[in-house]
Design a protein around this ligand. Structure first.
Ligand code: ADP
Length: 625
């Protein structure tokens, strides 16, 4: 019988596949096992209504013949007749869909295999010869389909005792890039099955080496024994009442190599438009590489127990990228192949549903398991803040109530809701102060008066905090207000009038100081927020010194917050300064020292430390003489 040609598209694809060194060749095993599983499904299904098809105990069997470089995949499923062989394996079966043809026509070759997966044809990545021996349960004749190249295939009648399909792959010779030998290694093959096909519903049988006692003296011997290598039922498909906490923890810890147990396990099932089961975990510790490119975010995707892909980022929003776990969907339209996920709308629907579940779980933890939630927030809170900030606040409404900040109330975490609920009657804004640490912020000169007046202040210690407020702007109608920026309105009308008068009388002095400091400061004014400190530096409402620092760390060096020098009108220093000015003394040195002092307190570098220390020594000398 003459060799038949593959259809043109198939040929192109086979050509690509046989010669591609870019693709993960391991997937061939998953594809063939998956086909076998489908064939078993079909047989069982037909046996229910068709008496000519007896139902047998289903199996998939993997065989390895090292000597002849052969790996076999056998099943006792539905098998194929001659016509089916021709139709199914002679063309890119169902994969000949328009998407695939289009990609081929566009010449997007490199990625074709990765994107589309290729079912049965993936065997050509690893085999130089493929033989399919197959018989249907209700037919006598068996057929063999053999192909030794992309050129074509041959179909012959054959005999086969047991119904089903036996696929025999003769592996390619090793090349520099690829060692096909690995598919002759029992342990390797077994681990591929574990990895990709563990949850196939039928037993995948394989001869494995087992060590057994060989005599009574404790000697052992290694014998081959057929074992089922897949677990068949995925943990997430079991009913919840049959699963112990320990099972979840073990599953999580062995799968994600985490020595810490998950803080929260979310196992649920959704039925409806997009039916799926998910088993998700919120880790108890932040992976050491979490904030680097090495961290692999995303969930593992399965379709009816068949592994599709790891790290599917499209299944969960970036602000929840700390969540790990798997999603098993019944409805994914994967007819092109198991590797293609072009079905954006399906994925988007899944993501929406998963995001919602994760969010409601966190809300619930916050309300009912505060201690755990705070532990979670210590590890991943910054991620939520970035999430609220990213994309101009696209997700801020979902996230804002999940945020925690430490506050002056008890130096503990508070939510914005809690903050607002105990705001003082006359308080219009949500006060915050930025700095390196709680300790540093507590010592800010600007803190005294706010606290004296009984207001609560949020500590902003993460670099993202203040940037985030530029996006959030307000919570529950209350604007965020930095106590280190702009004007701070803490005074009574009476106090305000008093200040206004003082400003009038010290106008010339303030102008003189501004003159001395020139462009170092944008303004010199009397302070309404100081108690015991003589001076402080504030910025205008736009950029704070904290933000300037963050931008500098990001190499945005040119961006500078404006510097406004505020002087405490009730401080003895100011009164002395006023006196000196009235006595027509030169106050330049005093002004400069006060400014440098304000810089230091604000945590900003002084521009000329030598100048500063010389001036300080002069003043000390004068004072001591
Ligand atoms: P897909 O599985 O996406 O349809 P494949 O190229 O993997 O595409 O397989 C093509 C067809 O060949 C299958 O749809 C099935 O009808 C048939 N087939 C493949 N493997 C087997 C098998 N082990 N037993 C019976 N039929 C099979």
């Amino acid at each position: 019988m003459a060799v038949k040609q593959f259809k043109t598209e198939s040929k192109r694809l086979l050509d690509l596949m046989a010669n591609s060194i870019y693709t993960n060749t391991d997937i061939f095993l998953r594809e063939l096992i998956s086909n076998a599983s489908d064939a078993l499904d079909k047989r069982h299904y037909l046996s229910l209504t068709d008496e000519s098809i007896p139902d047998e105990k289903p199996y998939i069997r993997i065989g390895i013949d090292k000597k002849n470089r052969i790996i076999t995949i056998a099943d006792n499923g539905i098998g194929m007749n001659k016509e089916e062989l021709e139709n199914n394996l002679g063309t890119i079966a169902k994969s000949g869909s328009s998407d695939f043809k289009e990609a081929l026509e566009k010449g997007e070759e490199v990625d074709i295999i990765g994107q589309f997966g290729v079912g049965f044809y993936s065997a050509f990545m690893v085999a130089k010869k493929i033989e399919v021996l197959t018989r249907k349960p209700n037919e006598e004749k068996a057929y063999s389909w053999v192909s030794e190249s992309e050129e074509g295939y041959e179909i012959k009648t054959a005999s086969k005792e047991e119904a089903g399909t036996l696929i025999t792959l003769t592996l390619k010779d090793n090349t520099k890039e690829k060692k096909y030998d690995k598919y002759l290694d029992k342990d390797e093959v077994r681990s591929l099955i574990k990895r990709y096909s563990d949850y196939i519903r039928y037993p995948i049988l394989m001869n494995v080496d087992v060590v057994k006692p060989s005599d009574k003296e404790g000697h052992t011997e290694t014998v081959e024994e057929e074992q089922t290598v897949n677990s068949m039922i995925p943990l997430w498909k079991k009913t919840k009442k049959d699963i112990k906490d320990e099972d979840y923890d073990n599953f999580y810890q062995s799968r994600y190599y985490d020595y810490v147990k998950p803080l929260k396990t979310i196992h649920y099932k959704v039925e409806g438009n997009t039916s799926y089961t998910a088993l998700l975990f919120i880790p108890g510790s932040r992976p050491y590489n979490y904030f680097t490119n090495d961290y692999k975010a995303g969930l593992s995707l399965y379709s009816r127990g068949v592994f599709i892909k790891d790290e599917a980022k499209e299944l969960i929003s970036d602000h929840f990228r700390f969540v790990r776990g798997i999603v098993d969907s019944d409805d994914l339209n994967l007819n092109i192949s198991r590797e293609i996920l072009q079905q954006d709308h399906q994925m988007a629907a899944l993501r929406k549903s998963i995001d919602k579940k994760v969010r409601s779980t966190l809300v619930n933890m916050l309300e009912k398991e505060r201690e755990d939630y705070e532990k979670f927030f210590d590890q991943f809170g910054v991620q939520l803040k970035y999430g609220a900030y990213d994309n101009f606040g696209e997700h801020k409404d979902e996230l804002i109530d999940l945020l925690l900040f430490k506050s002056t109330y008890e130096d503990k975490y508070v939510t914005l809701k809690e903050y607002v609920s105990r705001m003082k009657e006359d308080q219009k804004e949500i006060y915050y102060a930025g700095g390196e640490s709680l300790e540093a912020i507590k010592k800010l000169p600007q803190m005294e008066k706010v606290l004296d007046k009984g207001y609560e202040v949020l500590y902003f210690t993460d670099s993202v905090d203040e940037f985030m407020t530029t996006i959030l702007r307000e919570y529950d109608g209350k604007a965020f207000k930095s106590i280190q920026k702009g004007e701070l309105d803490l005074d009574t009308e009476e106090e305000k009038n008093e200040i206004r008068e003082k400003e009038e009388t010290s106008k010339d002095l303030l102008e003189k100081i501004k003159d001395v400091l020139k462009d170092d400061v944008s303004e010199v004014r009397l302070s309404k927020r100081l108690v015991s400190y003589p001076v402080c530096l504030v910025s205008d409402e736009n950029l704070s010194f904290e933000m300037e620092r963050v931008l500098k760390d990001l190499n945005q060096n040119g961006i500078r917050a404006s510097r406004i020098l505020e002087i405490n009108p009730d401080h003895p220093i100011f009164l002395a300064l006023q006196k000196a000015f009235e006595d027509k003394k030169d106050i330049s040195d005093y002004a400069k020292v006060l400014y440098d002092q304000a810089l230091l307190i604000a945590g900003l570098p002084i521009e000329d430390p030598e100048d500063f220390s010389r001036r300080l020594s002069d003043l000390l000398l004068k004072a001591m003489n």
